[in-house]
Design a binder for this molecule. Structure first.
Ligand code: FAS
Ligand code: PHB
Length: 389
């Protein structure tokens, strides 16, 4: 089999890239390790930057997002009894869209099916070959058969644990990593959200986040020890701890209910440089990971896809491969800014077990700056709604 762009990974990065390329007549094949059902069972991101929404419109997959997504013009931050609202609209003239990653992925799969584009599910032993030649190819097992795909380019959209990043020689790769001494315990419940907008709360007991998917589906998180397992928390224990961490007015009005999903995500900051090697280009979690505090994971995957899509267009439609050669450098300029913001939000709002008193005081002073300085709130707002691509 031959295609123009072989895409490894059927998550949001791979699917969005495939759909964008399809709109311009460039053919792709998507290889996904798991089943479609498994991919669509994942509960992950919830906040879309306007840049992501614009790419979904350009891909022709923005209809349900427009009808079901919620426009949010601000967010509340609370810290040790104080709280403030960051007014995105007043500070930047922009907003974010609340629309779950699961629904984004569903829309992209539906569009791929409708266009009759090839997707291989439950692929095993995916291997990348001849990346430094003009004829790279991928081999994999599908339905027990050894299969080979030849392509002009390979997009590594296979997440943090996929094979693409490892296909860049270790002598070429430079990896940067920061781990955090805690995780996020997330709960999904069919209850009305406690607030119309998101609440990020940094309490003495630890971080909490009140989010949502729609007016009848809430998403909550609490910071928890890395040693925890979801089964360590029954629903009532989770709700009680969430109430202790949210601002009092929210805690008093919180409507609880049975969890329909409960999981723990570790927090990590990670970047791989470079993000390309020969005819291989990495997008999204394959190249970088952020703590979800700034809602940048999925959104930075989108900016990677936007850069790669435009670079491939220039190659195929104008015979100009300059942008392809500069992809990694271009993407990394924005990635490091989202890394900084995600680290900063995490440091501001979480309790660190071994934090010195000095660091605790400076974190509290950071929050005071936000309360007193419109310029400080502007910097937060322009990062949260999304830096320019
Ligand atoms: P993904 O990991 O989503 O997709 C990669 C795909 O490649 C997967 O479907 C995988 O099955 C497939 N794959 C892997 N190996 C393969 C192989 N060998 N062959 C073929 N396919 C292979 N971000 C936020 O902004 N907010 C959040 O709250 C948030 N919560 C998260 C919770 C968890 C548990 C995780 C892991 C991530 C979370 N993220 C969050 C980040 C997340 O949303 C990612 O940024 C987003 O999924 C990135 O999309 P992809 O780059 O497509 O990677
Ligand atoms: C979510 O709704 O899952 C969500 C929202 C904002 C974040 C992280 C997760 O920063």
């Amino acid at each position: 089999m031959r295609t123009q762009v072989a895409i490894i990974g059927g998550g949001p990065s791979g699917l969005l890239l495939g759909q964008l390329l399809h709109t311009r007549g460039i053919d792709t094949v998507v290889l996904e390790r798991r089943s479609r059902e498994h991919v669509l069972s994942r509960i992950r991101a919830g906040v879309l930057e306007t840049g992501f929404a614009e790419l979904m419109h350009e891909a022709g997959t923005g209809e349900r997002m427009d009808s079901d997504g919620l426009i949010h013009e601000g967010v509340t931050l609370a810290c040790r009894g104080r709280q403030l609202r960051i007014d995105f609209e007043a500070l930047t003239g922009r907003h974010v869209v609340i629309y779950g990653q699961t629904e984004v992925t569903r829309d992209l799969y539906d569009a791929r099916d409708k266009a009759g584009l090839p997707t291989f599910f439950e692929c095993a032993d995916v291997s990348l070959h001849d990346l430094n030649t003009d004829t790279p190819h991928i081999t994999f097992l599908h339905e027990g058969r050894e299969t080979r795909i030849e392509s002009d380019f390979v997009a590594g959209c296979d997440g943090f644990h996929g094979p693409s990043r490892q296909a860049i020689p270790e002598s070429v790769r430079h990896e940067f990593e920061k781990t955090y001494p805690f995780g996020w315990l997330g709960v999904l419940s069919e209850t009305p959200p406690v607030s119309e907008e998101l609440i990020y709360a940094g309490s003495e007991r630890g971080f909490a986040l009140a989010s949502m998917r729609n007016p009848g589906l809430s998403r909550y998180y609490i910071q928890c020890p890395l040693s925890n397992h979801p089964d360590d928390w029954d629903d009532d224990e989770f709700w009680q701890e969430l109430k202790r961490r949210l601002p009092q007015d929210a805690a008093e009005t919180l409507i609880t209910g049975p969890s329909i999903e409960k999981s723990i995500a570790p927090l990590r900051s990670f970047v791989c440089e470079p993000m390309q090697w020969g005819r291989l280009f990495l997008c999204g979690d394959a190249a970088h990971i952020v703590p979800p505090t700034g809602a940048k994971g999925l959104n930075t995957a989108a900016s990677d896809v936007g850069y790669l899509f435009r670079a491939l267009l220039r190659h195929y439609l104008r015979g100009d491969s300059t942008a392809l050669g500069e992809y990694s450098e271009t993407a990394l300029r924005r990635i490091w800014k989202t890394q900084r913001f995600s680290w900063w939000m995490t440091t501001l709002l979480h309790s660190f077990p071994d934090r010195s008193e000095f660091d605790q005081r400076t974190a509290e002073a950071e929050f005071a700056m936000l309360q007193e300085s419109e310029a400080a709130r502007h910097v937060l707002a322009e990062n949260y709604v999304g830096l320019p691509y």
